[in-house]
Design a protein. Structure first.
Length: 419
């Protein structure tokens, strides 16, 4: 089997008609086939579908349908800009939206099942448009990732079934064409749609690279490569030219937004380098992850996670927080999909910094309130500095209301509220 190129384009790189044209231009720069192009939902479409789920969960079906109508309008405007004749493509997109409309009438779905069923349509729609546009100049095939990436049924955070996935991908990829596939999504053995976790398209692209033994994986971003901090949040950022796999895994674990936490492991297993490049300047060098022992240059890394909550659990009778307490808490978190970003426990209490999901967190608190005294501090943020220096720590925390601090020789973390 020919060794393919694997490219991944996120929502920002396909946010409008001009962005779609740019994706096609980048693909044209690389003549080798086969090519796997993994595409996310367009722009903020995933957020829009999450609003549909939120309305569904509150039985606000008319509001859900209004949001679906807005999603339709957004995509139809892009289609009309890109294509002179668009009836067939519009029909395909409308059929996908009809499936969403039918789905919100179902009452037999859990929240997780409904989330995955509704939200995964964003990737299906975007790839229909991308495949049609790229296909005007290049032999292209639209592939359904639900037939390729096999998972278990852990909705919203599904685990890949590697053997079945490898077989499906190797059997279905067309070696003579550009294969446009969806990121973020998969399906169970019975065909029920699943998702791999928010921002999971990076991981999808690593799955394809692993299963096909790709020479490399390239993730196209709106930045010149991997920076030591998000330039939207921090000033004077530095581009990292080379980064070891292990360091990339650590940064992803702490929440570096440039890559999904699960992306690196399958690449490291086969020694597949990961390139992070700019879709604005596709010929620039970017960042390469893998093949080195040390970062170049070696600089501190800053990671800020917003929309956090600090959840404190205290035993009602001043009994010790024991292993069985923590085991039960973490099992509940795992069952409900709660993401824990920092944890500390003392004799009688445990404190967790978690992603503040407005649907899940109240459900979890309802499960815990009979067992513990609870306190929830919302609107918090989590700052992580890896390879920190005293001057960095002092500068970044000045004026913050620090609620929790935790440090190791390599990493310091602060949970805080802004004044």
């Amino acid at each position: 089997m020919s060794t393919p190129l694997v490219f991944k384009f996120g929502g920002a790189s396909v946010k409008d008609a001009d962005s779609v044209r740019n994706v096609a231009r980048i693909i044209d720069l690389f003549a080798r086939r086969p090519m796997i192009v993994v595409v996310s939902a367009m722009g903020k479409t995933t957020n829009a579908f999450e609003e549909v789920v939120s309305h569904w969960s509150r039985n606000e079906l008319e509001l859900a349908r209004e949001k679906i109508g807005a999603i339709r309008k957004f995509h139809f405007e892009i289609i009309e800009t890109l294509f002179e004749e668009s009836a067939s493509l519009k029909s395909d997109v409308q059929e996908l939206l009809n499936q969403v409309n039918a789905g919100i009438d179902r009452t037999d779905l859990s929240y997780g099942e409904a989330y995955d069923f509704i939200v995964h349509h964003g990737e299906l729609i975007s790839t229909k448009i991308i495949a049609a546009y790229v296909g005007k100049a290049t032999p292209t095939v639209w592939q359904d990732t639900r037939l390729l990436v096999r998972t278990d049924n852990q909705f919203r955070r599904a685990t890949v079934r590697w053997d079945e996935t490898t077989t499906a991908i190797q059997n279905r990829i067309d070696l003579g064409k550009v294969n446009v596939v969806q990121g973020f999504i998969g399906a169970t053995a019975s065909g029920t749609p699943t998702t791999l976790g928010r921002e999971g398209s990076d991981y999808t692209s690593a799955v394809f690279a692993f299963c096909l033994g790709a020479d490399s994986l390239t993730i196209w971003k709106d930045v010149p490569g991997m920076l030591n901090a998000d330039p939207k949040t921090f000033q004077n950022t530095t581009k990292i030219d080379r980064l070891p796999f292990n360091e990339a895994i650590e940064l992803a674990f702490y929440g570096a937004s440039i890559i999904h936490p699960k992306t690196i492991q399958p690449l490291k297993k086969k020694g597949i380098p990961l390139h992070i490049k700019s879709f604005v300047d596709p010929t620039a060098e970017g960042t390469t992850i893998g093949g080195v022992d040390r970062a170049t240059p070696e600089v501190p890394n800053f990671i800020l996670k917003k929309n956090q909550a600090l959840l404190q659990l205290k035993t009602k009778d001043l009994a010790f927080i024991a292993e069985h307490h923590l085991s039960a808490i973490y099992q509940l978190f795992a069952d409900q999909g709660v993401v824990v970003n920092l944890m500390r426990n003392t004799a009688t209490k445990a404190v967790f910094c978690i992603n503040h999901d407005p649907i899940i967190v109240p459900k979890v608190m309802g499960e815990l309130i009979g067992l513990f005294d609870l306190e929830l501090v919302s609107d918090t943020e989590l700052l992580t500095i890896r390879h920190y220096r005293e001057e960095d720590e002092r500068r970044e925390t000045e004026g913050l209301n620090i609620l929790l601090e935790q440090r190791t020789p390599d990493v310091v973390q602060f949970v805080f509220k802004r004044f």
